[in-house]
Ligand binder design. Structure first.
Ligand code: AKG
Length: 280
């Protein structure tokens, strides 16, 4: 068994080859160097049209809040896996899969699958990192990829990110946040994917134009961290309809939680798989 871990942020030959075939190797390098990337045309227009309807329905049903978001700014919905097959399909994009393996290692986990709709006039968020509960680590612990279901620009309320800030592995201080008023708008067309790493400073712009901004937010973490959402209610009837990576993303191939279960078995095949995956 191999004991060594790869260098933090290194791109393995296998990942480089897969990313190269998909035309996204430069985006992985940008994630490493600047902490974010915007990948155009990841999902096709018809899929996005149907997914947008599902997002509008789910958020209208749930009318979920988001930190200090006011009801007049927009609405969110959470725990979307299992609610509509389109949400599961979005996770299986080959581009997203290679980005997830690069940023969160082998047997990465789905942490959260949520959606947001923001209205004209929506106020901007404050600058923050997402890895609030993970002490600083040079191995990127988690990331979010947002699928654009409407055109994104600064005026449309795109997510904004501060390039290179992920290297600090901490929240911005109040003065620092005030000093980086602008940053980069994660602009893109419908079907593009904006990605920010776990320690990248990000927020969003106010939406100043008419209409709504709908996004699907897909968050992943390394197999050693605890996901935000709990999908333990999704059983074999759900998993049997999807490729095996779906079960892996839900942690079902990891040894964690299995020790001594199933009649006291040690589940060593899961243990060795997890050991190797954590070093990929
Ligand atoms: O909605 C956005 O544009 C950004 C969301 C965000 O910052 C977050 O989910 O952490």
């Amino acid at each position: 068994m191999e004991f060594a871990y790869p260098e933090p942020w290194s791109i393995s030959g296998e990942i480089a080859a897969r990313a190269g075939d998909l035309g996204v190797l430069g985006h992985l390098e940008q994630l490493r160097d600047e902490g974010y990337a915007n990948i155009p045309s990841v999902y096709d227009a018809e899929f996005c049209r149907e997914l947008r309807e599902a997002v509008v329905d789910a958020t209208a049903r749930e009318s979920g809040g988001y930190f200090d978001l006011k009801p007049s700014d927009g609405r969110s919905a959470y725990h979307l896996l299992g609610a509509n097959d389109l949400f599961a399909q979005a996770l299986l994009s080959p581009v997203l899969q290679v980005v997830a393996e690069y940023l969160c290692g082998g047997d990465f986990l789905l942490s959260q699958l949520s959606a947001s709709v923001r209205y004209e006039g929506a106020a901007p968020m404050a600058l923050h990192i997402d890895s609030q509960w993970i002490p600083p680590t040079p191995y990127n612990p988690m990331f979010t990829a947002c699928l654009a279901l409407d055109e994104l620009s600064e005026e449309a309320g795109a997510t904004r990110v501060i390039p290179g800030s992920h290297k600090l592995m901490r929240n911005p201080g109040l003065n620092e946040a005030a000093a980086c008023e602008k940053g980069v708008a994660m602009s893109g067309s419908v079907g593009s994917m904006s990605i920010w790493t776990g320690y990248a400073w990000h927020a969003n712009f106010a939406r100043s134009i008419p209409g709504e901004r709908a996004l699907l937010h897909m968050t992943f973490c390394r197999l050693g961290y605890r996901p935000v959402e709990d999908y333990s209610d999704l059983g074999d009837d759900f998993l049997s309809r999807w490729p095996p990576v779906m079960a892996t993303m839900l942690g079902r191939n990891s040894w964690l939680g299995l020790a001594g279960r199933n009649g006291g078995r040690c589940e060593m095949e899961h243990y060795t798989r997890m050991w190797a995956a954590a070093r990929r």
